[in-house]
Design a protein around this ligand. Structure first.
Ligand code: DP6
Length: 399
């Protein structure tokens, strides 16, 4: 921990990634500790395309804990934020008292200022709570010198955040204990394991904000028998199959499991009472498009998955990414308002054959998709060494 006696704020800035589950987390057995009813597995996306940046500062002169998200001050008293702050301060105290009983713990009683922002538009409707809480916990830990297993803390901010604490392919083991100590994330493979894998985020123009995942999954736990069946009888086997497909880099197996799991998650949403609809007409068209594309080639070249909203996330391999982007462009002609339709990693230019267009045989739907972000698997949270990139100024307020 840096020198904390000064009146100048001491600060650390870190970044953390978004993750997209291929075996979905949906439902809690403990709402306060955020313990899930099933294990889940995700791919951590590359931070060059999607990341959260967070600066945390402490100073003896700060009068209260404060937080600013994407430029706006928010309520620091939210229970989940408080859980993360409390846990990190507790771990820091424990660590310091174990290590050196004479060490100065005054910084731990100082108030903190937190400032966080995303490098992607919040309006894109991409789950930002995972990257947000992972980044908060990682940055707090760095500032207070806490090391070791932190996914348990991030989990208490938002369940899916525990998986953003690692890069590559990550599982969240549901655990069995009532205190949640064994409900944590583990890396299955690093981000370099499967370099050909590509992730296309299809940002669907949505008219309304859907039901949030926290309240949605609670209603599912209370009312859906299908969710219980899924958690008890489907996911355990699927986790094993998914891990094995990833280790073998078997795209067809990975893709089929991903699509089936997304479909089952949305089926449990429909089985929830009253039902929850996350997929819209554009989402369903993307599902049809993917199946027709794969069947045209007689092999599984692309897979879709959907979270608690209409955006489609496509998993594919580098060799097929450029053609599939052109297919999406053809069937969802964009109104880009001068902006780019394809953001992120570039793709080679290709044309779509009439044979493929006819095989897909759908009417193009203008403006269904706003834009695509092309990305790949990436590393976990990291510290930002360049102090020019702190989001807080030397007065401890957002720059
Ligand atoms: C559909 O992690 O946002 O994206 O734990 O209540 O914060 P809370 O929920 P959250 O749920 C994510 C649900 C999902 C599936 C997934 O990411 O596994």
């Amino acid at each position: 921990m840096p020198d904390d006696s000064s009146h100048k704020p001491t600060m650390v800035t870190c970044t953390a990634p978004v993750n997209i589950a291929v075996i979905k987390y949906w439902g809690k057995r403990d709402k306060d500790l955020i313990l899930p009813v099933n294990s889940s597995l995700s791919v951590t996306l590359h931070q060059d395309q999607l990341k959260t940046t967070t600066t945390v500062a402490y100073c003896r002169d700060f009068e209260e804990d404060r937080i600013w998200l994407n430029g706006k001050e928010e309520d620091i008293n939210q229970p989940r934020l408080q859980s993360c702050l409390r846990e990190i301060r507790r771990l820091a105290r424990k660590r310091r008292s174990n290590k050196d009983s004479t060490s100065d713990m005054s910084a731990l009683s100082y108030k903190v200022h937190i400032c966080s922002s995303n490098n992607f538009p919040t309006a894109a409707g991409l789950a930002s709570s995972a990257a947000g809480y992972a980044c908060l916990v990682y940055t707090l830990a760095r500032l207070f010198g806490v090391e070791g297993e932190l996914s348990c803390v991030a989990r208490q901010g938002s369940g899916s955040a525990c998986r953003s604490m690692y890069g590559g392919f990550v599982q969240w083991k549901m655990g069995e204990k009532d205190d949640g100590k064994d409900s944590l994330a583990e890396q299955v493979e690093t981000e370099t394991h499967w370099p050909e894998l590509r992730v296309l985020v299809l940002v669907v123009s949505a008219e309304r904000k859907p039901v949030g995942s926290t309240s949605g999954m609670q209603t599912s736990v209370e009312t859906s028998k299908l969710l219980k069946y899924r958690a008890d009888s489907v996911v355990p086997g699927r986790m094993d199959e998914m891990i094995s497909a990833i280790k073998r880099k078997d795209f067809a197996a990975f893709a089929e499991l991903t699509m089936k799991d997304s479909n089952q998650f949305h089926a449990t949403c429909l089985d929830t009472y009253p039902p929850i609809f996350y997929l819209n007409d554009v989402s369903r068209r993307v599902i049809n498009l993917v199946h027709r594309y794969n069947s045209h080639y007689g092999e599984t070249r692309v897979a879709y998955t959907f979270d608690a909203g209409p955006n489609a996330v496509i998993y594919t391999l580098q060799d097929h990414a450029s053609e599939f982007v052109q297919v999406v462009r053809h069937f969802f002609p964009a109104e880009t308002n001068g902006g780019q339709f394809l953001k992120g990693l570039p793709v080679a230019s290709t044309t779509v054959s009439d044979e493929l267009k006819n095989a897909i045989g759908m009417e193009p739907l203008p403006k269904g998709i706003s834009y695509i972000i092309n990305t790949k698997a990436g590393p976990g949270p990291r510290i930002e060494e360049d102090s020019d990139l702190h989001l807080l100024g030397s007065d401890g307020l957002p720059k």
